[in-house]
Design a protein around this ligand. Structure first.
Ligand code: SER
Length: 374
């Protein structure tokens, strides 16, 4: 499952101009580290960094090197977007040490994880990757902070899976759920996300509380609890919110699809560009304006049936049926129908770009048609 690391492929892009520092006796390039870079969100984030680098270069400014880690070799489309790609496991401390020999990490975007459905088949392995990997990366962030004398930014994608509503009646009565309610997840993935949030808070605010040489706030930890995410470019795997994107991509490909939740199943969603914009929005916000470490965000919250109606508006011949899988359905039933994202709006200006109809009209359908009809 976790092959030993690691083949690494230097890909210094021509306009990369990372700044160097002299530490540990050697000059290391300033870098941003992205784990799970080969996943859906990783691709979106690498593209966003490439855009930022171009903007900075146009203004005559430098941008740190972007270093990627993924369990599998990155596809060519991703590799061209980063300066160096390491193939390996986030639990492999030796690979991480090798990476630190060359780079001074100023920010970590820790995206690597096993998603909610896959984790239920191998819960202990999921814990090892999702919590053990997060702990490794937090430790590295704290060490880098101590070595370099400044805190390391850390982004952790948490999830709606952190919630666990006890039953459907409670879900229907709950209304938009705020960040501090119903935190008894029903999945290992949800437990792992809560653990990651709490570890991040610990490394940010309480790390080595009793040590005499402790550093205040070594890790500037920030997290978003994402709803289901839909991308026009990729189809997720191993998640429980996957029925949304699967339904849409199957219709666009002209394939039949059996949706694994009931028509009335409802959770919030957002598009991938909105998710990436939210990450940038939170990470670029001044620390002083943040009242929490973990924020809800969402864009629209259709039932599976409403989602299908939208799919059929664009693909009228879609052959989609409902064949609920009771176990996967029970996971969706334990997640909120809607999340309260007032704190994200107030603290760092979060605002969705799309509602359900405009997400389909302006982003999903044009790009998906271009992709499958090319
Ligand atoms: N999309 C994720 C999943 O379904 C939830 O964060 O596992």
């Amino acid at each position: 499952m976790h092959p030993p690391s690691s083949s690494n492929t230097p890909r210094r892009s021509p306009d990369a101009a990372p700044t160097g520092t002299t530490l540990r006796g050697a000059r290391r390039d300033a870098a941003i580290l992205v784990t799970g870079a080969g996943g859906e969100m990783g691709h979106g984030l690498l593209e966003a960094f490439a855009d930022q680098r171009r903007e900075r270069a146009a203004a005559g400014e430098t941008f740190p090197a972007v270093i990627a880690i993924d369990l599998r070799e990155l596809p060519e489309s991703h590799r061209g977007l980063c300066d160096e790609a390491f193939t390996g496991d986030v639990c492999d401390e030796k690979m991480l040490e090798r990476l630190l020999a060359s780079y001074e990490i100023g920010a970590i975007y820790h995206l690597a994880a096993l998603l909610s459905t896959r984790s239920e088949f191998v819960p202990e392995i999921a814990h090892g990757v999702n919590v053990g990997g997060t702990l490794n990366l937090l430790r590295i962030a704290a060490e880098e902070a101590a070595n370099n004398g400044r805190s390391v930014q850390f982004f952790f994608p948490s999830s709606i899976a952190a919630y666990g509503l006890p039953d459907l009646a409670t879900k229907h009565a709950a209304g938009p759920v705020g960040e501090d309610r119903f935190l008894q997840p029903h999945t290992m993935y949800g437990c792992n996300k809560i653990a990651g949030e709490n570890l991040g808070n610990y490394y940010g605010h309480h790390y080595r509380k009793l040590a005499t040489d402790r550093m205040e706030h070594p890790v500037d930890f920030r997290s978003i609890r994402f709803p289901g995410i839909i991308s026009a470019d990729t189809v997720p795997s191993g998640g429980t919110s996957d029925y949304g994107p699967e339904m849409l991509h199957a219709a666009a490909r002209g394939e039949s699809y059996a949706c694994f939740v009931r028509p009335d199943a409802r959770i919030p969603f957002m598009t991938m560009p909105e998710a990436v914009a939210a990450i940038r929005g939170l990470m670029e916000a001044p620390r002083s304006g943040l009242s929490r470490v973990v924020y809800n965000v969402q864009s629209f919250a259709p039932s599976a049936e409403e989602f299908l109606l939208e799919v059929r508006r664009h693909f009228p011949t879609a052959e989609t049926g409902f064949e609920p899988d009771l176990a996967r359905q029970s996971i969706i039933d334990s997640w909120p129908a809607s999340c309260d994202d007032a704190a994200a709006r107030a603290d760092w200006g979060w605002s969705p770009t799309y509602d359900l109809a405009s997400a389909f009209d302006d982003y999903l359908v044009p790009r998906i048609r271009a992709r499958y009809e090319a």
